[in-house]
Write a protein that binds this ligand. Structure first.
Ligand SMILES: CC(C)(COP(=O)(O)OP(=O)(O)OC[C@H]1O[C@@H](n2cnc3c(N)ncnc32)[C@H](O)[C@@H]1OP(=O)(O)O)[C@@H](O)C(=O)NCCC(=O)NCCS
Length: 292
């Protein structure tokens, strides 16, 4: 005869995410099938703030983080509840605390299908779809449009000009994030007439590399700013998160082996987050799912 027992439910307490063992955070993200390595968690903890839900012996059952940019804006990410603790109010409890910590900042996030109803109920509204494209880069890339301008490898010295360009595309100055990203990234810029008109970064993440942010004025520029990294990564696993559904840039990614693996929804609370203007620079590739 099969024997069974119902154990008493246990209590979870909120702790600062910086007090959690990175291996436990890693186990948490693995439990929901996410690719973050311990290094990626460490990076997120350098960039942002957040909390974990732990039990009496320090096991981690959930996380939620926020990434401030200045005093009036933040993105939210890595909201996770371990599968055996889901659908019991833990996700909402973590989010309510993050919202409290964010104060009256304007907010943006990229919601998975699982989290979408939770964010709607917390007052977030839908702005766009993000296509999470990933795959192995082929040996040769498809035919490229003509290059208008000059591509250059960029050291951290040129970060000031990049940050100003990025702020126009992103809508908020994210100087600190870009400085932290650039420390472990390969950076490329596109210049025309002595002015930087686009840039892209690539860094190691998860199963391979992420190319992002990619900031450009048009599809052609975005293709070149991405191809410059893809050429160095043939045969490797690459991910690009983009809000471009179709058009030259999306087609180029598709032909470069980066198919759509999943979609998430960009949502905001407070002022509208995405404000694209014709002819102005635009975020073609996100810094990361949690970072927008
Ligand atoms: C999204 C996630 C964090 C939600 O955590 P959770 O602890 O299950 O959330 P809660 O129990 O607080 O539920 C919050 C809301 O989600 C919805 N929900 C949760 N579980 C559900 C289920 N099994 N079926 C339908 N809706 C569900 C409900 O709308 C619920 O609202 P309610 O409080 O009015 O009932 C969790 O599912 C998760 O970690 N998923 C994998 C990682 C992920 O996608 N993270 C989101 C990143 S943006």
């Amino acid at each position: 005869m099969e024997r069974s027992v119902r154990l008493k439910s246990f209590e979870l307490v909120a702790r600062d995410i910086n007090d959690a063992d990175v291996e436990l955070l890693h186990a948490l993200s693995i439990s929901v099938g996410w690719p973050h390595r311990p290094k990626d968690w460490d990076f997120l903890r350098r960039v942002g703030r957040g909390l974990v839900a732990v039990d009496g012996i320090g096991r981690v059952f959930g996380s939620a983080m926020w990434f401030p940019h200045g005093d009036d804006f933040a993105t939210i990410g890595v909201v996770i509840t371990t599968p055996r603790a889901q659908a019991q109010g833990g996700g909402r409890w973590l989010m309510e605390q993050v919202l409290e910590q964010c104060g009256d900042r304007n907010l943006a996030l990229n919601a998975t299908h699982a989290a979408y109803p939770l964010y709607v109920s917390l007052g977030f509204t839908t702005e766009a779809i993000v296509y999470m494209r990933q795959g192995e880069v082929p040996q040769t890339l498809s035919t490229m449009p003509a290059l208008d301008g000059e591509l250059q490898a960029q050291s951290m010295d040129g970060l000031e000009e990049i940050t100003a360009l990025d702020a126009r595309a992103f809508g908020t100055n994210r100087e600190r994030l870009l400085a932290l990203l650039s420390a472990g990234a390969t950076i490329c810029t596109l210049s025309r007439g002595g002015e930087i008109v686009g840039y892209s970064m690539r860094r190691e993440f998860g199963r391979g590399h992420v190319i992002g942010p990619i900031v450009a004025r048009n599809d052609e520029d975005a293709v070149h700013l991405t191809a410059v990294h893809l050429r160095d990564l043939s045969g490797r696993f690459v991910r690009v998160d983009t809000r471009e559904k179709d058009g030259m840039f999306a087609e180029f990614l598709q032909q470069s082996g980066l198919g759509v693996a999943e979609t998430v929804t960009t949502m905001s609370k407070g002022r509208r987050f995405l404000n694209r203007e014709t002819g102005e620079s635009w975020i073609y590739g996100l810094a990361g799912h949690a970072l927008s």
